[in-house]
Ligand binder design. Sequence first.
Ligand code: ADP
Ligand code: GN1
Ligand code: MG
Length: 365
Amino acid sequence: MAVLTIQDAKAILAKYPLKGKIKSFVPYGEGHINFTFLLTLTNQAQETGYILQVINNHVFPSVSHLMSNYVKVSEYCQQQIKKEKGNPDRETINVIFTKNHQSYLKYQNKYIRILKYIDHTITLQIVKNPSDFYHGAIAFANFYRFLNRFNANQLYEIIPNFHNTQKRYNDFLKAVRQDNKKRKRTCKKEINFINARKHYYDIIIKMLKKKELPLRVTHNDTKLNNVLFDQKTHLPVAVIDLDTIMPGSLCYDFGDAIRSGCNSASEDEKNLNKVHFRFDLYKLFLKGFVETLGKNITKKEKETLAISSIIMTIECGMRFLTDYLNGDKYFHIKYSNHNLIRCRTQLKLVSEMEKNLAKMKSLVK
Ligand code: ADP
Ligand code: GN1
Ligand code: MG
């Protein structure tokens, strides 16, 4: 059953100062965390789209903290975009407030938010045209430029240790030990692969602790489909999905973008013969990212980008496998071993990145 019906949408809409009748209300996008709908209203023959999301309260236990970050960051980006004579209504997230001036609404037992729909845009699940990925790199790098002077002390740490790979590994070991769903026997090869790579897991954390890498305001979910591209020009329009904005490392964001964008197939491709690490795309992303950041990236950060790509990819693989072992409580799934399939693509990418690591490192120089 759908999480929300059109009747629910009507009841929710009554709490918002939005005019018009519902023309359509349909599930939208490919996010793994929230339930996202496109809501289209008609008012005197004019159609306006809105994104309505059911916020995942299991993943984000404090919706008020989440929305506080979300509003602060999006409003700050709007100001920066205005200063640069861009369009703040389109080039970042705009939260619609309720009649009671709230950024979200509790409806039945669900938390809802409504955003302006950024129309005439697309998201990419796989890179087909390399220049799109290059532009994606510029979009993320510009996002840090916007947030360069944003005071990180205003932000709540929404999911503590989100990219603490060592902690993720400990959670994974616990899931293997407990084997609640008796699925361990179906993924021994994957478990061994992850266990054989313990040496990666504390690299970034240690560098952050020693202050070799600076702590910055980072996005933390730089999956390619969190960038909206113009339908016609394919130029990036906005970086979206501001749920995990927290203090973190630029290396997390770079690595996560490489994990998602340098895959020749989709994240849940079942045929692993189709899954390859695309070094050509890595090169392009690195160029766009480092060139746009200019002086805003340190030498040590640059040197850590290549290994970060491996770390973020294996971290994602182990998160998928942890969820598979725990019974699919975190990521939305479409079939019973969906998380295992996703884990396998990530591990295949890791093994190919490992073969390319020397080349990846030397590019930065
Ligand atoms: P999730 O955390 O579930 O990934 P997102 O905020 O990324 O949630 O939204 C899921 C998808 O919905 C995005 O990948 C994108 O396709 C679409 N989307 C989200 N916000 C907007 C928006 N303001 N305008 C247009 N599309 C959007
Ligand atoms: C989730 O929300 P979405 O679909 O953009 C997840 C990311 C993972 C990604 C894997 C809050 O991203 O951390 O890397 O799935 N987001 C959260 O596809 O856990
Ligand atoms: Mg998303």
